[in-house]
Design a protein around this ligand. Structure first.
Ligand SMILES: Nc1nc2c(c(=O)[nH]1)N[C@H]1C(S)=C(S)[C@@H](COP(=O)(O)OP(=O)(O)OC[C@H]3O[C@@H](n4cnc5c(=O)[nH]c(N)nc54)[C@H](O)[C@@H]3O)O[C@H]1N2
Ligand SMILES: Nc1nc2c(c(=O)[nH]1)N[C@H]1C(S)=C(S)[C@@H](COP(=O)(O)OP(=O)(O)OC[C@H]3O[C@@H](n4cnc5c(=O)[nH]c(N)nc54)[C@H](O)[C@@H]3O)O[C@H]1N2
Ligand SMILES: [Mo]
Length: 765
């Protein structure tokens, strides 16, 4: 099993020097533009926040399962693996026998680590399927709105990324890149499953060298690296801007009627709205200016430029992570359709350039190996960001994507590979929701806030303490991930934990199929290799070499095949075309999502009534210094902190009126909650906007109080979790309105990365 000490993360491949059971140094491999996130790996295996022993919350051990407000405030009792397995198996059995499998929530959303076999979500879902199933979740926090709206508009959502127009095609063909939400390079380092290539920075340089121009709409200047024409509209108003651009195209005869007639349906219905035929309000640049703050003349000129050359309209994913988030991608496609360039090289629509590594990369010509998850006999599900609603409102009905669904009565929450205290909005409400269930189980290598809110905590290995391999659908390399070091303390692979649990519950053989983890790796590789239409080396050869290059499909343009032959390549929509008007959505009659893209005033915006009390828009965007909450204790993440708090960037004018200087600790608050943050003054941030990225581990000043201030800077104590609309119920974490004031006195210490108090109990084994 000896192999070079290289491995893969979601943000790149690296070579490690290992000493004393930990990663002592890392160097990037394969990439020409390595991610700074690699800096978080050093010391991560033996970090003080590791879970070193199976542990059970003291109150749960004493009083048994049941609703309680002690979660997050209690001590933990270390137990043996055998006792943990026994307790957990008995509790799962009790819940299933008394309430049925539907009472287990196993959505278990989260990114976990790279690795095709030891992928925590695949493992937990396979295990729960073996014991009769679980209530599951649909879609993601990334693309909650897109995942529902885009299949109805263009017949797919993932092909928008997996078969996106390649960077090289943009470099060679695009004249004008109009980017709603910028093209943030900090985000392009990352891909789910791992990535080895980071071509975006170089592509943008070559694009500019060829004479390409970038227009960025974003509250942050540095969402585009280097030269661009920057507009900083009021956050949340991109749909109004796109409507204004569309209005110019429609009224100046700049739209492509042939394209709209041949490839789209419902433009005329939409145009009635655009021109104000029914409501008397033309959505003109003059109408948009007071909404978005961008001068009408600039919008007129931009629309004309867009029609004069090869233009790619890109919409970042952040735009759909807000209330009415369905509208931005829908309107983006509509605008691109009016320009008539969808399917032409370098023109049309793009979604997620600058959001993830994947858009702009060449897809593999083959599938990847993956662990079969089995079949879930339970059909109950929720849209993923409805977790608090589900736990707080069992039995209540709600609308979702044309369906009327009922929230199940959840008794046990099972999490492996995610951190809801990172990903979910309105943490005070989430804490009250988690207090309602009988039992919370968490597998994680670290004492994350979610682990501290659990009853049963299962110490997992990190990806660097076990053998695995990984890759993603838009990366040419399959990469071997040999264990870099032995498992720390009592940590075990999730696979071993589930194998032991399955054995105890009488389904051991079904779960393991008689294979060890190492045998599974070989099995997954071999069965994958057998169905390929090209030759690959044996598993041993692959493992020895450390990576395997797979064929990719280069030169793609999104929807080129549809453009070439709209009959043969009809879209998977009711009309087979791009649905600018959707009769289905119209038929649902939702007040918050009409049959065509439309401007809705968001609740959390600067021109609304709420801004009188909370006059700043907080952008809770993706952190430049880590992936989500992962390795927040690592060097790159820690170097960015200000007096130990998460940095919050703000415009010099907003700082001046509050008497703030660089390095101050501030209290950021609204009527949902409050957190501390460290001030970084930066004129690249629009006025009336502050940026506090996600990912600082939640650290309540008083762990027993769900409304306590987070002393570390987690913006999700402030955000709203009410969902994008009745259509998708997507995550709306991107924006929230806040006020900021100087924190007076000595700020409380940050204890986020300290383990909880561990106490021994006489009866515990
Ligand atoms: N306000 C606001 N909130 C947001 C967002 C936003 O823009 N604004 N963005 C949202 C988005 S797009 C996303 S994708 C989510 C991300 O939310 P998550 O995916 O939940 O966040 P991560 O921090 O990646 O959590 C992964 C967890 O898996 C653990 N882990 C790693 N390896 C293993 C393993 O092998 N086994 C086990 N059991 N655990 C492992 C890590 O230690 C970590 O605790 O956040 C969302 N939340
Ligand atoms: N370094 C790093 N990279 C990541 C991640 C990470 O945690 N760390 N997470 C990954 C994941 S899971 C996902 S889903 C993607 C998410 O990708 P996105 O959702 O696109 O990423 P964000 O950084 O939240 O937002 C991108 C930019 O949009 C701008 N923006 C916010 N609101 C508005 C608005 O109303 N209008 C306009 N025009 N612009 C706005 C912000 O300035 C922000 O910097 O990122 C991925 N990449
Ligand atoms: Mo995401």
């Amino acid at each position: 099993m000896a192999a070079a000490k290289t491995s893969l993360t979601h943000w790149g491949a690296f070579r490690a020097r290992v000493a004393d059971g930990d990663i002592a140094a890392v160097a990037p491999v394969h990439t020409s533009d390595p991610s700074p996130l690699l800096g978080n790996l050093v010391g991560s295996v033996r970090h003080r926040s590791r879970v070193t022993t199976p542990a059970v919350r003291r109150g749960w051990l004493r009083d048994g399962p049941g609703p309680t407000d002690r979660r997050g405030a209690d001590e933990f009792v270390p137990v043996s693996w055998d006792y943990l397995t026994e307790l957990l198996a008995d509790e799962l059995r009790r819940v299933i026998d008394t309430h049925g499998n539907e009472a287990i929530y196993g959505g278990s959303y989260g990114w976990a680590s790279a690795g095709r076999f030891h992928h925590a979500q695949s493992q937990v879902h396979r295990f729960l399927n073996c014991i009769g199933g679980y209530t599951f979740s649909r879609h993601s926090y990334s693309l909650g709105a897109t995942g529902v709206i885009m299949p109805r508009v263009v017949g797919t959502h993932d092909n928008l990324f997996k078969r996106s127009t390649e960077w090289q095609v943009i470099v060679e063909n695009t004249d004008l890149l109009v980017c709603f939400g910028g093209l943030a390079l900090k985000n392009t380092a990352v891909n789910d499953g791992g990535t080895t290539a980071h071509p975006a920075r170089d592509a943008l340089q070559r694009f500019r060298a060829r004479g390409g121009r970038i227009v960025s709409f974003s509250p942050l200047r540095d969402d585009v690296d280097g030269e661009c024409e920057w507009y900083a509209p009021i956050p949340g108003t991109d749909v109004a801007i796109m409507l204004a651009l569309a209005h110019v195209l429609a009224t100046e005869g700049l739209l492509d009627r042939d394209f709209l007639d041949t490839y789209c349906t419902g433009y005329d219905r939409f145009e009635r709205y655009l021109l104000g035929r029914d409501d008397g309000v033309p959505k003109s640049p003059g109408w948009a200016e007071p909404i978005c703050g961008v001068p009408a003349d600039d919008l007129v000129r931009l629309a004309r430029r867009m029609a004069a050359g090869r233009t790619l309209v890109t919409v970042s994913w952040s735009l759909q992570r807000t209330r009415y988030g369905e509208q931005a991608p829908w309107m983006g496609v509509t605008l691109a359709a009016m320009l008539g360039q969808i399917g032409l090289p370098g023109g049309g629509f793009g979604h997620g350039y600058g959001s993830m590594n994947e858009p702009g990369l060449a897809p593999l010509r083959c599938r990847l190996p993956s662990l079969p998850q089995g079949v879930n006999p339970v059909r109950t599900f929720i849209p993923v960001a409805a977790i608090s609603d589900m736990l707080l409102r069992p039995g209540e009905q709600f609308d979702y994507n044309g369906l009327r669904l009922t929230y199940p009565d959840i008794r046990l929450v099972y999490w492996a590979g995610g951190n809801p205290f990172h990903h979910h909005q309105n943490i005070p409400r989430l804490r009250r929701a988690l207090a309602r269930v009988d039992t919370v189980v968490v597998h994680d290598p670290y004492w994350t806030p979610m682990a501290k809110h659990a009853d049963i905590v299962v110490p997992s290995t990190t990806a660097y303490e076990r053998d695995d391999f990984s890759g993603s659908h838009t990366d040419p390399l399959l990469v071997a991930m040999p264990a870099l070091t032995e498992p720390y303390a009592q940590a075990r692979d999730d696979y071993s934990t589930f194998a032991a649990l399955a054995e105890r519950m009488g389904v051991g053989e079904r779960f393991t199929e008689g294979r060890t983890a190492w045998q599974w790796l070989r099995h997954l590789y071999r069965t994958w290799a057998e169905q390929l239409d090209f030759e690959v080396p044996t598993f041993d050869e692959f493992w020895r070499r450390g990576h395997l290059r797979l064929p990719t499909q280069t030169g793609l343009t999104l929807f080129a095949d549809f453009r070439a032959d709209p009959q043969r390549h009809r879209l998977n929509t009711p009309s087979g075309r791009i649905e600018i008007f959707s009769a289905d959505i119209d038929g649902f009659g939702y007040p918050d999502c009409a049959g065509h893209p439309k401007w809705y005033e968001p609740p959390e915006w600067l021109r609304g009534p709420r801004a009188a009390r909370y006059p700043l828009v907080l952008l809770a965007n993706q952190p430049a210094t880590r992936l989500h909450s992962q390795l927040d204790g690592g060097a790159t993440s820690q170097a960015s902190k200000v007096q130990g708090r998460e940095p919050m960037r703000m415009n010099p004018k907003d700082a001046a009126v509050r008497g703030l200087v660089d390095g101050d600790v501030v209290r950021v608050f609204n009527d949902r909650g409050a957190c501390l943050a460290g001030v970084v003054i930066d004129e690249r941030v629009r006025e009336n906007v502050v940026q506090l990225s996600t990912g600082a581990w939640y650290d309540p000043a008083d762990p027993a109080d769900p409304d306590a201030m987070c002393v570390h800077g987690n913006p999700n104590v402030l955000t709203d979790d009410s969902g994008t609309s009745s259509l998708a119920h997507g995550c709306t974490g991107a924006h929230t309105l806040v006020q900021v004031e100087k924190f007076v006195g000595e700020p409380p210490p940050v204890r986020a990365h300290e383990p909880p108090v561990l106490v021994s109990e006489p009866d515990a084994r």
